[in-house]
Design a protein around this ligand. Structure first.
Ligand SMILES: Cc1cc2nc3c(=O)[nH]c(=O)nc-3n(C[C@H](O)[C@H](O)[C@H](O)COP(=O)(O)OP(=O)(O)OC[C@H]3O[C@@H](n4cnc5c(N)ncnc54)[C@H](O)[C@@H]3O)c2cc1C
Length: 665
């Protein structure tokens, strides 16, 4: 919608001389103009022990997880003493909300104490302060105002006036502070460490740098740190960033003098405070809810992304952008390429990688992969592309040795092309090098889209080559990663799902198959392949044809990424999905109607390894894979071929049954 590229990482510094932002897990990101909008967090690093023994309310996503953990922890405790440090609007609201929630769980055994350095709600009028003193007392929240916490020891707050407040859990909601790294940027800051900006939201010390929200303080119009001011700065900030890039005059963005604060009291009521005005009641809570939820909906309930006018339906990237299996098969069938004595595994018995052996030299595995980007972040794309390319070598039981890169980038200004190419290749190197592969060359070209691939050379381990063929009846089928990346990425491209689901899918796509392959070799896998564009079914069928076997799958055991099944159920599929449908014909008619069937043909990018493991080793192999961090599962077993073409049927507990060969005896 915004045409913006999302990169998930933490900014940790700034090199203004080179105009680059330094990140925790990415190479530096270059900018023409930069807007720093990283908010604030309660200052806890100047009070010894606070960071270790109290829960900071920001970052809010971490707080939400820690609050849930707190609720679980306290469930078994006979009583709970909760301390809240900070008596501004955030601290008061949190103390009352926490008291309400905990009292609902634990009744009278909850004691909430609020400790604050100054008076309660110092930026609000005296009537608001008195009203909250009464509300806090009515809700049995003990208040120690004028008591500065100077140290936090395990289970106790130590105050400057000698007071000790014992606690089981402590929440830290003190004054907003700015990130420490800002001090090293050389930008003009306020004494509290916030970025000073003019009334155009631009730093007076650097015309390329803007800031808004809690992290910024407008020198001529300082305001308290509150969301009402932050959100209103968004539109003028966006306009001024565009104007700065276009060399146009910037617009002023002077904030309103006062804002209406609606402070919840935990019991579905709220207090309204603005200047000398004060009001209290349930209607104000409803108003607060309405304002907050309406605002959130603008960013969570988005219309579906549509293709650009004149373009066809949206096409997926990654392995979902593969040429369909049937097309590829027909082309290869017509080509009749010549072969040579050096080719040990080639097109006449295709596998995940080719094996060649020249006289007097050790055999080599060779494979190539290439596809267009499926994520915005070029560094992350580089990591996924390299992980995917190495999968073929690992599936053959080999060790990667070297790689050649091939990349296309859309035409753009040289610094932009340079930035994107560097990030893609750096991402690739950060996967190749730990795997033992060196980048030895490559080719780059202008193209319509960002695309990247690697031709990887590896060595087979002597006597340990894993092939698609070799499955025996009774072998257990193990899959090392959950399925569903195709559907998740297709939904993400259309703006249909939350970033959490995408993050979970990406986490599997950057997980190396190296340890999984080592584990499968150790447990004497009879055959192996990696699950990619043709989906689980397409790749399983390749194994079954090469091994002349059938398979029995347990539909309940097949691991799926969270969210993938509902998406597929509602028809959200990747662009290659329709071409993979032909593989469903191998399923028996009942299985074809099962809700999991679409997942079996979902194209995977950097998907898991699929292997046959002798039945007596399958459980320990699975345990070892899981110990290595894979969301692996035993998904079924191999059965004798009943017709000329392999068939696949479903059976509950298919992987658990006694091996058929043994049972037949
Ligand atoms: C308990 C509580 C209740 C509140 N209630 C209200 C209220 O009712 N009304 C109101 O107006 N205000 C309220 N506030 C204040 C309000 O939350 C903030 O003023 C507002 O969120 C500021 O918006 P922002 O965009 O500047 O920063 P934030 O909302 O904090 O967003 C900053 C973003 O930057 C990211 N970030 C931080 N550091 C980095 C980094 N180094 N690299 C990359 N990303 C980074 C963060 O993850 C976050 O996503 C409350 C605050 C608290 C603590």
């Amino acid at each position: 919608f915004a045409g913006a590229r999302l990169i998930r990482d933490e900014a940790i510094g700034l090199n203004r001389a080179d105009c680059v932002l330094l990140c925790d897990a990415h190479p530096p990101i270059r900018y023409d103009v930069l807007s720093i909008d990283i908010g604030s967090a309660p200052r806890s690093d100047d009070v010894p022990g606070a960071a270790e023994h109290a829960i900071a309310v920001k970052p809010i996503d971490r707080f939400a997880a820690r609050w849930e953990a707190l609720l679980t922890r306290t469930r078994e405790m006979p009583r709970l003493r909760l301390a809240v440090v900070g008596g501004g609007a955030g601290g008061v609201e949190l103390a009352l909300s926490a008291q309400h929630r905990l009292a609902g769980l634990k009744g009278d055994t909850v004691e909430v104490t609020l400790v604050t350095r100054e008076a309660l709600l110092p930026s609000h009028n005296a009537r608001v302060r008195r009203l909250f003193e009464q509300i806090l007392a009515d809700h049995r929240v003990t208040v120690h105002a004028g008591s500065a916490v100077v140290r936090v020891a395990p289970g106790v707050l130590l105050c400057a006036d000698g007071r000790r407040v014992e606690f089981d859990e402590a929440l830290w909601v003190t004054q907003a502070g700015a990130a420490r790294w800002l001090a090293d940027t050389g930008l003009p800051l306020t004494p509290e460490g916030f970025i000073a900006v003019d009334d155009r939201l631009r730093s007076p010390g650097d015309p390329k740098i803007f800031a808004a929200g809690d992290v910024a303080t407008m020198l001529a119009h300082p305001r308290e740190k509150a969301g009402v001011y932050a959100v209103r700065q968004g539109p003028p900030l966006a306009a001024n960033l565009r104007r700065a890039l276009a060399g146009r005059r910037l617009r002023r963005a002077v904030p309103q003098k006062r804002a209406l604060a609606l402070i919840g009291t935990g019991d579905e009521q709220a207090v309204a405070s603005r200047g000398a005005f004060v009001a209290y009641g349930p209607r104000l809570w409803q108003l607060k809810e309405w304002i907050d939820r309406r605002w959130m909906r603008r960013y969570t309930e988005l219309p579906e992304m549509q293709p650009e006018p004149g373009e066809g339906p949206m096409r997926c990237g990654g392995c979902a952008a593969k040429v369909p299996a049937a097309v590829l098969g027909r082309v290869m069938g017509r080509l009749h390429p010549a072969t040579s004595g050096a080719v040990m595994i080639g097109l006449d018995s295709p596998d995940d990688a080719a094996l060649i052996s020249f006289p007097g030299a050790p055999p080599l595995l060779q494979t190539v992969d290439f596809f267009r980007a499926m994520v915005d972040d070029p560094y992350l794309f580089g990591r996924i592309a390299a992980t995917h390319a190495l999968g073929d070598i690992y599936a053959m039981g080999g060790t990667p040795e070297s790689a050649l890169a091939i990349a296309t980038l859309p035409p753009a200004r040289a610094p932009i092309v340079e930035h994107d190419l560097f990030h893609m290749l750096r991402g690739g190197l950060d996967v190749l090098e730990p795997a033992g592969a060196v980048l030895i060359g490559g080719h780059s070209a202008e193209g319509a889209e960002l695309a990247l691939g690697f031709a990887v050379t590896g060595r087979p381990r002597p006597g340990k080559l894993m092939r698609k063929s070799g499955l025996s009846a009774g072998d257990r089928l193990v899959l090392t990663k959950p399925l569903g990346t195709g559907a998740i990425l297709a939904a993400a491209a259309r703006g249909l799902i939350s970033s959490r689901l995408v993050e979970a899918a990406i986490a599997t796509m950057v997980q190396s198959a190296g340890s999984a392959a080592a584990c499968l070799l150790e447990y004497r896998a009879s055959a192996c392949t990696d699950v990619t564009g043709f989906g689980l079914l397409g790749h399983l069928l390749e194994m079954l044809r090469a091994s002349e076997m059938d398979a029995v799958l347990d539909p309940e055991a097949i691991p799926a990424l969270y969210g993938a099944l509902p998406l597929l159920g509602s028809g959200i599929t990747s662009s290659l999905h329709a071409d993979n449908v032909a593989a469903l014909a191998a399923l028996d008619p009942v299985a074809q109607l099962h809700q999991i069937a679409p997942l079996l043909i979902d194209p995977q990018t950097a998907g898991g390894l699929l292997a046959g493991i002798p039945a007596d080793r399958a459980a320990t192999c699975l345990a070892e894979l899981r110990r290595c961090g894979y969301q692996a599962a035993l998904i079924g077993r191999v059965a004798r071929l009943r017709r000329s073409e392999p068939r696949i049927r479903f059976e509950a507990g298919a992987a658990q049954r006694v091996p058929e060969l043994i049972a037949a005896k």
